[in-house]
Design a protein around this ligand. Structure first.
Ligand SMILES: Cc1cc2nc3c(=O)[nH]c(=O)nc-3n(C[C@H](O)[C@H](O)[C@H](O)COP(=O)(O)O)c2cc1C
Length: 159
């Protein structure tokens, strides 16, 4: 059975909830899944998984500080060829607060860029979940959406 790792950072619990729904979808697709906070993961074990999904809240159009520090630590691992998927939560649409659209308002954009630099294989393009205000809750359709994304990725991995 293939193993998947879903990692998240979450201040108010919304990104954690998205991670858990993603994990549930992956499980429904037949994978063995660990869903962990970045504070609890054993870095050395990451290369043992078939898939690593990483999610962060969007803070000032990029990942949270804790997530940015975690991403730096991944440089010391050989993750080339490992399947990767990135996701985030955010309150606003693709445009950032000043209305500029040249830099996407998305933590997942940065996480996906890190995955590419580490030569991971992006198994599915990044995805975002909208929250209704800084502390949430998640917009109503997002939980089910991420469960579906989990199933979709699980099916891709099975091929
Ligand atoms: C310091 C800070 C900066 C934020 N900056 C942005 C931002 O640039 N764009 C945005 O859409 N949401 C922004 N938000 C809202 C967060 O994206 C939202 O709090 C987060 O998605 C909730 O996830 P969590 O419950 O996992 O922490 C910001 C929130 C905080 C606390």
């Amino acid at each position: 059975m293939k193993r998947a790792l879903v990692l998240y950072h979450s201040l108010y619990g919304n990104t954690k909830s998205v991670a858990e729904h993603l994990a549930r979808g992956l499980e429904e697709a037949g994978l063995m899944v660990a869903c962990l906070s970045i504070d609890d993961v054993d870095l050395a074990a990451i290369p043992d998984y078939s898939l690593v999904a990483i999610g962060s809240p969007t803070h000032m159009i990029r990942p949270s500080k804790d997530m940015r520090e975690f991403l730096k630590r991944l440089r010391f691992l050989d993750l080339s060829g490992l399947a990767g998927f990135s996701f985030d939560t955010r309150t606003e649409s693709r445009m950032n607060r000043r209305g500029f659209s040249f830099l996407e308002n998305s933590a997942a954009r940065v996480i996906e860029g890190t995955m590419k630099r580490l030569k991971m294989t992006i198994i599915r393009p990044r995805a975002s979940a909208l929250v209704q205000g800084t502390e949430g809750p998640l917009a109503s359709e997002e939980s089910e959406n991420f469960r579906m994304i989990g199933r979709e990725i699980g099916a891709l991995l099975a091929v």
